[in-house]
Design a protein around this ligand. Structure first.
Ligand code: ATP
Ligand code: MG
Length: 416
């Protein structure tokens, strides 16, 4: 059992309003068992379309997972399509019918007759109980292939996968696993990261336990993903540890995490270790940095608060930025960012202050200060403070995102 395909069934998934997320959950879980997802498809609620896609996939993969279309309504036809493709008769399963009846009885409602369809089971299928809804999942072993049918709603699918699918799969995959490590970086360009890392990771393919490396960049953050397959034992972890060690050595201070922590968590952990609280004054990011910091559970231990200081008069009145500084240097300038950082720390009684001021665009740029110009300051004391101006390239959303990450990274570097 090493290859899988996923078929997401649902006409709504072919509209711009809904996307298939079940396959992402499934892929993560299958990968942990060393099973590769080779292809996935989204198919409309149509019996022939589903049966056709299934027949194709059956020729290519050991495991086929279908999600959705197990409901009671006429457009839910996954069961019928699978029975058709596998040429298996569908029979009503009395225990399922009873358990659906009990679910309705518990809520004091009579069972609608259409729900009886959910008790139809292709011959030989095993039932996967649904703790969150009426549609049971199905596990079918057929001519050396495994076909799994799961309900569409993620809150029904996920517990079913964990409780009933993964234990069955583990029996078939043995102790083969796929392990992943992620090295996260900020403050360095993708090409520069790759130039430093490539000579190191290019040797990994020839190791006794080969390691695959992928580089991913988004929103200014760079990630190196390392992947190794094999038996679940110490050697696999040791190989990955060694690869991470060799890479972090050449990547230096750009690396902020090797343990899946996002940067706001790393910043929070550093603040906690140093016994410091943070306050943030944001102009062009409009609260995005505060949003990210307070996304971390337990952040009240190290976040005091902040100000969205958009108008100049708010920078002056709420943060104590001298009006003369704004008049002389402009609102988007290093002196103003520095005064915002020191001011918000003083006003909020925080040990660390951050000031962000910039031009997110697409309007408002000038020759001297083009769209994307952002001044960011971090303040810890008058002798420990930094201010920097960057020119980010992108649309408004991207520039605001880059500025937020850059500010988080400056705090991280100051505290490290
Ligand atoms: P139900 O009994 O709720 O009808 P079902 O198995 O028939 O269950 P669907 O009708 O296909 O499932 O989907 C129900 C809801 O689940 C959809 O409206 C959608 O919001 C969500 N859903 C379905 N498939 C997916 C998917 N692949 N990824 C994420 N969400 C999905
Ligand atoms: Mg449905």
């Amino acid at each position: 059992m090493t290859t899988a395909e996923i078929l997401a069934v649902g006409s709504e998934l072919l509209t711009p309003y809904r996307s298939d997320t079940n396959s992402l959950y499934l892929t993560a879980k299958l990968n942990e068992l060393g099973v590769d997802v080779r292809a996935k498809a989204v198919v409309r609620d149509d019996r022939d379309a589903i049966a056709g896609a299934l027949a194709l996939a059956l020729g290519r993969a050991d495991l086929l997972v279908l999600t959705g279309g197990l409901g009671p309504t006429a457009d839910d036809v996954t069961r019928e399509a699978v029975a058709q493709a596998l040429e298996l008769p569908l029979n009503e399963d009395a225990p399922i019918l009873e358990s659906i009846g009990r679910r309705f009885a518990a809520r004091g409602v009579p069972m609608p007759s259409i729900n009886a369809r959910q008790a139809l089971v292709p011959f030989g299928a095993e039932i996967l109980p649904n703790s969150q809804g009426t549609a049971p999942g199905l596990w079918i072993e057929h001519r050396g292939r495994v076909i799994v049918l799961l309900p569409g709603p993620p809150r029904e699918l996920q517990p079913m996968v964990d409780a009933h699918v993964l234990p069955r799969l583990r029996r078939l995959t043995g102790d083969r696993v796929l392990r992943r490590r992620v090295i996260r970086m900020a403050g360095r360009a993708e090409s520069s990261v790759d130039q430093a890392a490539q000579p190191v990771y290019s040797t990994f393919a020839a190791w006794p336990i080969p390691i695959e490396t992928t580089i991913l960049a988004s929103g200014g953050q760079i990630e190196l993903h390392l992947m190794a397959r094999g038996r679940a034992d110490d050697a696999l972890d040791q190989a990955l540890d060694e690869a991470v060690r060799q890479l972090t050595e050449v990547l230096g201070t750009a690396v902020f995490s090797i343990d899946e922590r996002p940067i706001e968590q790393v910043v929070g952990d550093l603040l906690r270790e140093r016994g410091l609280m943070i306050a943030v004054a944001e102009s062009c990011t409009g609260g995005l940095m505060m949003g990210r910091l307070t996304q971390v559970s337990g952040s009240s231990a190290w976040v005091v608060g902040g100000t969205v200081a958009y108008a100049n008069e708010v920078k002056v009145r709420e943060l104590g930025v001298p009006a003369s500084l704004i008049a002389e240097h402009g609102a988007v300038s290093e002196p103003v960012a520095a005064a915002m950082a020191a001011g918000v720390a003083a006003r909020f009684g925080a040990g660390v202050g951050v000031g962000i001021t910039g031009i997110a665009g697409p309007t408002g740029g000038t020759k001297e200060k083009p769209v994307g110009t952002v001044a960011i300051a971090v303040w810890q004391s008058s002798s420990r403070s930094h201010v920097r101006t960057s020119v980010f390239v992108g649309d408004r959303d991207s520039i605001r995102g880059y500025a937020t990450l850059a500010a988080l990274d400056m705090v991280r570097r100051l505290l490290e």
